[in-house]
Write a protein that binds this ligand. Structure first.
Ligand code: 23J
Ligand code: MN
Length: 260
């Protein structure tokens, strides 16, 4: 009998000892897309156009054309997405080494803090408290910020745009270099529409998660959901973006393996 590591993994998947959690939002024409100020280019929303459905256009088959921006719905941000990450080799969706698409996750639950303030920022002090309880964040791990923000189902509530811009929780600008440099994380994941806080255009630097994570050749995951179903430590994420040639990111079916 083969009791190698992959055979044991396959057995645990079949027995249910390892469960697979879907961290992705459904994609349809109501999926929230980031809104930038009007002077900037716009991302297209997700669009599904029927080609045929067992009809005169195709009697035995159903299929659709799809279109959307790369950063639509639950998605992966590659280092090439930001100017600070543009010169790394293997920095785009088609060239990132595929080994990097499987990595462990640390989940930081700040759902209470985020429900009290939509401008909540996760700080280094929060992370250090998390580490006292769960141990040091290992190099190569994702840090996922659980806010329960994904429970806001309408695009309006999810984007939460006021006269002065979007109000969505995210990482504090001082946390990002700590995670990138002192913890060597593989990337940062948020439940919001992007990895940065809604007000991050005002931070120094602006969009610190994009600027510093991608400036250190690290990744982002945005519009995650079901983080409340993950343990603080021990989940394994599977995050392959589409193999878009020179792509800056792509919608992603993010899965988590969880043992119980
Ligand atoms: C383009 C410009 C600014 C931002 C973004 C995209 C994202 O958040 C994204 O989805 O990567 S902040
Ligand atoms: Mn993005």
């Amino acid at each position: 009998m083969d009791d190698g590591i992959l055979a044991r993994l396959a057995g645990a998947l079949i027995s249910g000892e390892i469960r697979v959690i879907d961290l992705s939002q459904p994609l349809d024409d109501g999926t929230a897309v980031i809104q930038l100020p009007p002077e900037f280019g716009k991302s297209k929303p997700f669009l599904l156009e029927e080609i045929s459905k067992y009809d005169s256009r195709g009697p035995a088959w159903y299929w659709n054309n799809i279109s959307c921006g790369e950063h639509t719905g639950t998605h992966f941000d590659a280092p090439i997405h930001w100017v600070t990450g543009k010169d790394y080799p293997e920095n785009a969706t088609d060239t990132i080494p595929v080994q990097k698409f499987l990595a462990p996750a640390c989940v930081v639950d700040v759902s209470q803090e985020a429900s009290a303030s939509s401008d909540f920022l996760l700080t280094r002090e929060h992370i250090e408290r998390w580490e006292k309880k769960h141990g040091r964040i290992e190099a190569g791990s994702w840090v996922l910020m659980r806010t329960d923000w994904s429970k806001r189902k309408s695009a309006e509530a999810f984007l939460n745009i006021k006269v002065d811009g979007s109000h969505v929780p995210g990482p504090h600008p001082e946390l990002v270099p700590f995670l990138a440099k002192e913890r060597q994380v593989i990337g940062w994941g948020s439940e919001g529409v992007g990895t940065d806080a809604g007000q991050a255009f005002l931070f120094d630097p602006p969009f610190p998660c994009h600027t510093i994570m991608h400036g250190n050749n690290r990744f982002g995951l945005a519009s995650l959901m079901n983080l409340d179903q993950l343990p603080a430590k021990g989940a394994l994420l599977i995050t392959p973006p589409l193999k878009i040639v020179n792509g800056s990111g792509s919608p992603c079916r993010v899965l988590a393996l969880v043992s119980h």
